[in-house]
Design a protein around this ligand. Structure first.
Ligand SMILES: *Cc1c(COP(=O)(O)O)cnc(C)c1O
Length: 382
């Protein structure tokens, strides 16, 4: 049916109607007082969302562009960095760091498992010469539905004292508690099409005072993504280059919605959606890919064995207009992923689980009692 598409993927995520309407407005001049007023409000609300007094800078990039800005502004060729790799996005950090000539030391865990904070502790404690310049990790590993223990890893970084902590929070900001100042996170990168409830096109980077110190001596080349330029202009509520004006007006509307819900409301909703989804999947006899306690509140990955993941996605799309994500790289065909991040409600999860049950029946999957998934989800949502 036309106009019934329901996105249950980890980005782009669904966009609320008032945000869509904000997007539809005529663009305004980005050097106008009117625009500066909007940027001032957006910047204040971004700081609220990041729980920080640090600069939070707006870039016209996808999430990966925000990650790249997070590397090139604070490091120099040959710098030793520890990169956490337990999925596609951790690997992306490593590829990015290698591309810029950093000396990359990977801390790995199997895809589907969380990073082990003790692995970071060991390497950081052994680095008495203080050669490690940064620890770089992905908070919510979207490719596997795993949340990494950022708080614990960060404590080891703090014990080291020298290294910056650089984090991809693309699917944790706006879904999970990321108290940037309380934890002392140095560089925090995210993108608009995930928890922010607006379309793709904006990236965000929060930068600590310690990271700005590193910026002064960092030698990697930078121009468009030179965060110093953005910082200088942000102080005057403007941007160095033409910003996507309409997206920023949309962001203004989305951040107002987030403020109305409150941080606690946002975090508890995502936890509830995760629990409902995970409980339902278990009740359907399907294996969860991320172990208990390591599930991301943004996304649930499922690894069916007796029914085909791609067939499930195909029926969900064709018959129910619900889009689920597939597996990436070696997980292609092995898992499917249900996004429950951003503008997602209890009703959306109940709908997705009901459609999943109908899909499983259609595919002849025998491993469940019809209604068991819905019952488990409904109970978790109470
Ligand atoms: C979506 C995503 C990104 C950014 O991807 P882009 O396509 O560049 O927006 C980065 N990290 C994680 C964990 C993501 O989920």
């Amino acid at each position: 049916m036309d106009n019934k598409l329901m996105l249950m993927i980890p980005g782009p995520t669904p966009v609320p109607e008032n945000v869509l309407l904000a997007l539809a407005k005529h663009p305004i001049g980005h050097r106008s007082g009117e625009f500066s007023k909007i940027q001032a409000e957006v910047t204040a609300n971004l700081k609220w969302l990041h729980q920080t007094q640090n600069d939070v800078l707006l870039l016209t990039v996808s999430g990966t562009g925000a990650m790249e800005a997070g590397i090139i502004n604070f490091l120099s060729p040959g710098d030793r960095v520890l990169v956490g790799c337990n999925g596609k996005f951790g690997d992306r950090w490593a590829e990015l760091a290698v591309a810029f000539g950093l000396n990359v030391d990977k801390v790995t865990a199997e895809w589907g498992q969380p990073l082990n904070p003790a692995d970071f502790q060991a390497k950081l404690a052994a680095d008495t010469a203080k050669e490690i310049k940064a620890v770089i990790i992905t908070h919510s590993e979207t490719s596997t539905g795993v949340i990494n223990d950022l708080a614990a890893i960060n404590q080891h970084v703090k014990a080291h004292g020298e290294a910056l902590i650089i984090v991809d929070t693309v699917t944790s900001l706006g879904a999970v508690n990321v108290p940037v100042d309380a934890w002392g996170l140095d560089v925090v990168a995210s993108g608009s099409q995930k928890g922010y409830m607006i379309p793709p096109g904006l990236g965000f980077v929060a930068v600590s005072a310690k990271a700005w110190e590193a910026y002064k001596t960092a030698k990697l080349p930078r121009f468009y993504l030179d965060l110093g330029k953005y910082r200088k202009d942000a102080a005057k509520n403007t941007t160095p280059f033409t910003p996507p004006v309409n997206l920023i007006v949309a962001l203004q509307a989305a951040l107002q919605m987030m403020q109305a819900e409150g941080l606690e409301g946002i975090f508890s909703r995502h936890l509830r959606l995760m629990k409902a989804t995970r409980d339902a999947i278990t009740a359907l006899g399907l294996p969860l890919f991320a172990p208990e306690g390591a599930g991301s509140p943004a996304i649930t990955a499922v690894a069916p064995t007796t029914v085909d993941a791609e067939q499930i996605r195909s029926v969900m799309k064709k018959q129910f207009d619900i889009v689920l994500a597939g597996g990436q790289d070696h997980l292609k065909g092995k898992i499917f992923r249900i996004g429950h991040l951003g503008f997602v409600s209890d009703r959306d999860v109940l709908t997705a689980i009901a459609a999943l049950e109908a899909t499983l029946l259609q595919l002849g999957y025998q491993g469940f009692t019809p209604g068991a998934g819905i019952a488990a989800a409904a109970k978790a949502l109470l």
